[in-house]
Design a protein around this ligand. Sequence first.
Ligand code: SF4
Length: 79
Amino acid sequence: MKTQGSKKQNTAYLTEPPIECNVRAAQCCPAFLARKGALKCDRECWFCQYADFHLRNEVTLEVGICRYPKKVITGKPVR
Ligand code: SF4
């Protein structure tokens, strides 16, 4: 799995989910819900069930989208 560009470590803690807006992998908010099956599971958007980083695609997104309250557990792009 590749990422586009370098993975920036923007660790800003969000006070609420930025619904349908961009999120960085290392960000987090109070609505975090761990992805099932993640081997490592830090409290970061990267591991959140609401984050859309196109994880099942060949190239994942460096900047994902917070899909809260819709879970993106399949990894398929949400339309
Ligand atoms: S992806 Fe998850 S942890 Fe990140 S902002 Fe959205 S709800 Fe919060």
